[in-house]
Write a protein that binds this ligand. Sequence first.
Ligand code: BG6
Length: 488
Amino acid sequence: MDYFKTAPNFMWGVATAANQVEGGWDEDGKGMSIADCMRYRPKIDTNDYQAVNQMDSHEIELALADHSTKGWAKRHGVDFYHRYREDIKLLAATGINTYRFSISWARIFPNGDDTEPNQAGLDFYLAIVKELAKYHITPVVTLSHYEMPLNLVLKYDSWYDRRVIDYFERYAKTVIDYLHQYVQYWIPINEIDSIIRHPFSSAGLVADRFPEDNFKTVTYQAMHHQFIAAAKVVAYCHQNYPKMQVGSMITRTMVYPYNSDPDNVLAATQTMRDVYAFSDIQVRGRYPAFLLEKLTADGIKIKFGSNDKKLLAENTADFVAFSYYSSICTASDTTGLPVTKANRTIGVYNQYLPESEWGWQIDPVGLRLSLIDLYDRYQKPLFIVENGLGAVDELGPDLRVHDTYRISYLRQHIRQMLIAIANDGVELMGYCIWGTTDMISASSNQMSKRYGLIFVDLDDNGDGTYNRYLKDSYYWYQQLLSYGTQIP
Ligand code: BG6
């Protein structure tokens, strides 16, 4: 598969999230978001997601009382808020035709429940899409990527309160109307399954605000409200802008059985079903029976509004987007088996695979398997909206980063993707590398966990010039896109 041909409209791109790149956390009317409460914590195990994102009411109080950016990595990001022109110019020069980015809800509705939007916020995103249009780059816009106005957490307990659906709907409609001439592709909620794995950083749920034995129910009820909110976005786009397409988006961590023991195979299948439940709801328009049964067995009962089932059934996703970084194994009894972690999922270590510096196992074939699996399940266009390698990069004396490891990761994954298109009959809309520039890590709040094609001179403490330097992977992607027929 050294030679390849993708459809002329194949969406080759890069992707970022507002809270990880923008900074400007309190500028031009933006409200405080949940991401602004995330601190960088040195000297802790960055794969101990519980410790890294230790969010409770006390932590939120501390965040509210401190107005500095020092130590609060997502408040400064990589200053995309002021440097977006420079960054877009650099990314355009790679030859990409797609940029996936997210909008900060709190930049548009600072408190979430405001009646009027913040004009400066809307204009910022209009300026971005206009800038992209200059370079013929198609935007793919995520409406909620791990951030929401903090006020919604404090006043309504976030997505647990059904009123938050209305606030999200108002926000979504405002943004869609404002950008409709420029944006055709929308993703309402990033990794909609992530609310179960990290309820605060994904969806603003603070455990100590609820009785301990109730938090699971709270989380699933909030999840349900997210599904309703996303379906409302689909309904609005389809009714008002028929050309728009709205995607479901899940975290597609590949899960293998630890070995061929049927009990372990069953465990892997069950784990994957738990993830697929999320795209099933958005693509098929109904909850899978097994999920409802499982929740009932756990004593969890989701409250449905009278119109919810109809809304879900009538407003299904147009495409299935997913992130893919890694794979894990599982077993029916994992006691004593070696542990691995990937994207806030704990699994059993796979002896056949190498791992990244953060212990995420590198598995390009897992991407091909994911594509086959998702396409066979839904027969809907798929979209890889995130794929990349978090690594420590060093800026050399030649002011370049020689990130051969990242090129190798990307090359292998892209190769498997192209095989899936050519040999497995998978319908794929596009592929986005995670990271134009480096950005703050979602899980660990580190700057040193870098994904970008462009190096940003900034360290974990927020010190640095913010200057941009092109990495070897930048030139490699540029070469790949300019050849169009051969993988360099
Ligand atoms: C994805 C998220 O799950 O993983 C991104 O959508 C995140 O926001 C990416 O950055 C990589 O994870 P991390 O924790 O290494 O930044």
